[in-house]
Design a protein around this ligand. Structure first.
Ligand code: UGA
Length: 437
């Protein structure tokens, strides 16, 4: 198939490269010339394992190109909309201006029979509204909604081998046509037995936000239990292990700690509440407000615990912050709990020196006031406390004895429950964690 991918951020760039890898002819379109230049040169403008290799191999086949020129879309059959839908400033609702701009600038170039395929996470009702815009400007074209479930850090794998496919298509013959196009695009995944759900626009939109709302709820659930564990001396990691053996519950996404961040879960649960409110179903999702609040409390708790291990005051203390990205294997700092804690520690008087294997460039841009180190060792030297805020492998594998030689005082906060308390205590450290005695 001849495919365009409009919006080449974390989602679109990976999608474009993977579609080319699957044998399609792909044109990535983005308004940002620097991003287009980097992608065209085979450089990923952000950190995503496997993406640079894929960009180079796909570009070498001649099947993957990038441009800022929307008019080139005229030669293509299917057009993925993969632009961002960030949270509006000062509101819970999603900002749809990028989606609207992408669709309205694409429509004049659509050839008869072309299919516009939405991938961005949008409030329910958006697809039907956009279908009206497509219909008005290009009556022979169609629109489908095909939500994306990829995780940053595993984006290439998740796109090449998705765990399910969801097509939101219009009723009747137009729906059949849209399904046929999507089946051709995803022929490889379908032939591998990937489960497929074909449904209407609204259901497809709700599948996506429901999935993220469920994941956010699962994380906040275990973090709420961690709060109770903290006041009883129980160990939340053991609770998660034990309840996780019940396969109705499952162990995944029960890692208690600093909670969720990133460009998806936080803004998606807020946009979902805002949309439900507009639709008169706000009561249905009031629990998501609690999910959000539990999540925010984790950050406060991490700062409080750091103060506690420093004998009640952060003022003038040197704190080594390990981790700034919202999760490992990513350089993404959008709504990052780690970065938030680093900033709060500094605001309360600590001398923060932060290290992250990939996220420092992004963190510096947003928070130039923090001090950054170029290695774990540099950050830790003479520190009064070390706080692990993103569970990068490099931090999980630190040797407590050797590491203890560097610091000023052996105090560690394990913000992600990713270290072995016994090993650290045996090496003479004061070890504290969220939800663990
Ligand atoms: C999330 C979903 O997992 C994807 O399925 C979805 O496609 C994506 O959003 C999206 O909407 O685009 P992602 O934001 O990449 O993916 O990150 P997750 O792996 O879901 O992690 C989110 C946050 O939850 C991270 O800050 C992570 O540290 C935290 N987390 C995750 C926990 O605190 N505990 C856990 O047990 C799991």
């Amino acid at each position: 198939m001849r495919i365009t991918v409009i919006g080449c951020g974390y989602l679109g760039a990976v999608h474009a490269a993977c579609m080319a890898e699957l044998g399609h002819e792909v044109l990535g379109i983005d308004v940002d010339q620097a991003k287009v230049d980097a992608l065209a040169a085979g450089r990923a403008p952000f950190f995503e394992p496997g993406l640079p290799e894929l960009l180079r191999s796909a570009s070498a086949t001649g099947r993957l190109r990038f441009t800022t020129d929307m008019s080139q879309a005229a030669d293509y059959d299917a057009h993925f909309i993969a632009v961002g839908t960030p949270q509006k400033k000062g509101e819970f609702a999603a900002d749809l201006s990028y989606v609207d701009a992408a669709v309205t600038s694409l429509v004049p170039h659509l050839k008869p029979g072309a299919l516009v395929i939405g991938k961005s996470t949008v409030p329910v009702g958006t697809a039907r509204r956009l279908a009206g815009i497509v219909e008005a400007g290009a009556p022979d074209a169609g629109l489908a909604w095909n939500p994306e479930f990829l995780r940053e850090g595993f984006a290439v794998e998740d796109t090449l081998r998705p765990d399910r496919l969801v097509y939101g298509v219009p009723e009747g013959e137009a729906g059949e046509r849209a399904k046929a196009v999507l089946d051709e695009i995803y022929a490889v995944a379908l032939s591998n037995g990937t489960p497929l759900v074909v449904t209407g626009y609204e259901t497809a939109e709700l599948v996506k936000v429901s999935a993220n709302a469920f994941l956010a709820t699962k994380i906040s659930f275990i973090n709420a239990i961690a709060e109770v564990a903290d006041v009883t001396g129980a160990d939340v990691t053991k609770i998660a292990d034990a309840i996780g053996y019940d396969d109705r519950i499952g162990r995944k996404f029960l890692n208690a700690g600093l909670g969720f961040g990133g460009g998806c879960l936080p803004k998606d649960i807020r946009a979902f509440q805002a949309r439900a409110g507009e639709l008169g179903a706000d009561q249905a999702l009031t629990f998501l407000r609690e999910v959000d609040e539990i999540n925010q409390r984790r950050r406060v708790r991490a700062v409080d615990l750091t103060r506690e291990i420093l004998d009640g005051t952060l003022r003038g203390k040197k704190v080594a912050v390990l981790g700034l990205a919202f999760k490992p294997n990513s350089d993404d700092i959008r709504d990052s709990p780690a970065l938030d804690v680093a900033v709060q520690l500094r605001a309360q008087g600590a001398r923060v020196i932060a290290y992250d294997p990939e996220a420092i460039v992004n963190a510096k841009r947003q928070h130039p006031e923090l001090d950054y180190a170029s290695s774990v060792e540099e950050a830790a030297t003479d520190a009064d406390a070390v706080v692990v805020l993103t569970e990068w492998k490099q931090f999980r594998e630190l040797d407590p004895a050797a590491f203890g030689e560097l610091v000023g005082a052996k105090n560690i906060l394990d913000g992600r429950n990713c270290l072995d308390p016994e090993a650290w205590r045996a090496a003479g450290w004061q070890y504290r964690a969220l939800g663990r005695p």
